[in-house]
Ligand binder design. Structure first.
Ligand code: EPS
Length: 390
């Protein structure tokens, strides 16, 4: 993904490890494994998470591209070991196992997961060959990659926060709080919800879903602060930053919708109730009366916070399974029950932060690119100085 900041992830949910290789990180960026481990821990939290999160203690191991605490400009390889691998060595081993090894074959596809379409696409009669990679476990690697992207963005005053705005139909109320307070409350909440009344109702909803063997989805919001005017471009369809963010957010497992700023509500209001009027004063220069655009106009950042929300479907593994058909016998059966979460919306918000960081790092390097951090600092400063004349 991306033109400058490029990466690939690899690894199966119960394989030995999740890995990623990043290309395009400039030399001279201070980077340690601790810079990445904080978000890996945040991704594991959330009321409603399943048993796997009691097994894993996700931590990254940097295998290349960093020397004495700073990047070299060469590809950075990241690895997060799966502690659960100990229990899956035979089932997920590279070599053909001895006779009698537990294959843990899956032939009853879950509605809503990649199971059936993936099995047909790749010719897998054992759906385990699909679900091991389609699993949300893969997001562990993306969060690790984003730890590097966030470290780069932090050098230029760009930070990212997330919070949950809705789970199971329970929405937060209108709150007039600062973004700092919003971030503080999100970190302190088991469901990353900044509205205490909604948080209690959400937790009750999750308990109810769990008791019924059901699952819940919801909506999370990601906000990027400190972006300069001018990231992205209007000159070509695939350079518009909202389009790139939409692809990134929609590619997160279980996401079915994505919106910017006021989002779908803009479709219901007249222009006079949507567009952010332009103001100017000597002290602040150009500024806006509102931020309904979510920091993006014409596919270009306009200097306001970049605001993206995404809708996550309820997880596809139900303990009260839905109807399915056995691939081997074609009999009507109940879908397989794999270990799973009841609700992972808070965790998905951390993955949303990751995708925001990755896209913004790519757009940032596209505009201020250089091989070394000092060169980028020079380019960035020259541009900010040029804006002072506006
Ligand atoms: C997840 C790891 C998975 C699931 C979950 C999230 O681990 P396991 O399959 O061993 O339980 O718990 O993934 C899903 C629910 C899914 O449907 O993909 C993780 O690390 O976030």
């Amino acid at each position: 993904m991306g033109g400058v900041f490029r990466f690939l992830t690899a690894g199966e949910s119960h394989g030995e490890a999740l890995t990623a290789v990043i290309d395009g990180v400039p030399a001279g960026l201070p980077l340690t494994e601790a810079d990445i481990n904080g978000d890996l821990a945040r991704r594991q939290r959330g009321y409603g998470r399943g048993g796997r999160m009691k097994i894993e203690r996700d931590q990254v191991h940097i295998l290349s591209g960093v020397r004495w605490g700073a990047t070299l400009g060469s590809p950075i390889t990241l690895s997060i070991a799966n502690r659960d691998w100990e229990n899956w060595k035979a089932t997920m081993g590279v070599a053909v196992p001895e006779a009698g090894a537990a294959k843990k074959e899956v032939t009853r596809p879950r509605p809503g997961h990649a199971d059936l379409a993936g099995a047909m696409k790749y010719g897998h009669r054992d759906i385990r060959n699909v679900l091991e990679r389609s699993s949300a476990r893969e997001t562990t690697a993306r969060v690790a990659v984003a730890g590097v992207a966030k470290r780069l963005l932090a050098e230029f005053g760009i930070s990212i926060l997330s919070h949950v705005t809705e789970i199971g139909g329970v929405r937060i109320g209108e709150l007039d709080i600062s973004l700092d307070e919003l971030a503080r409350r999100a970190e302190a909440s088991e469901v990353r919800c900044v509205d205490p009344a909604a948080e209690a109702a959400i937790i009750a909803k999750i308990d109810d879903a769990k008791a019924k063997g059901d699952t819940l989805g919801g909506v999370f919001e990601v906000v990027a602060l400190g972006c300069p005017v001018g990231l992205g471009s209007y000159v070509q369809w695939d350079r518009r930053l909202d389009g790139r963010l939409a692809q990134a957010f929609s590619s997160i497992q279980a996401i079915k919708g994505c919106e910017f700023g006021l989002g779908f509500e803009t479709a219901r209001r007249p222009g006079s109730g949507v567009h952010d009027e332009i103001l100017f004063d000597a002290a602040h220069g150009f500024r806006r009366s509102t931020n309904n655009a979510g920091g993006l106009e014409g596919g270009v950042t306009n200097g306001q916070p970049v605001v993206v929300r995404a809708a996550m479907k309820p997880l596809s593994t139900l303990r009260t399974p839905l109807r399915s058909v056995d691939l081997a016998t074609k009999e009507a059966v109940e879908a397989v029950v794999e270990r799973s979460d009841v609700c992972a919306v808070p965790a998905a918000g951390i993955v949303g932060e990751a995708m925001m960081a990755i896209v913004l790092a790519d757009a940032f390097l596209e505009k201020f690119g250089g091989d070394g951090l000092d060169e980028i600092r020079h380019n960035h400063r020259a541009y900010l100085d040029s804006l002072k004349s506006w």
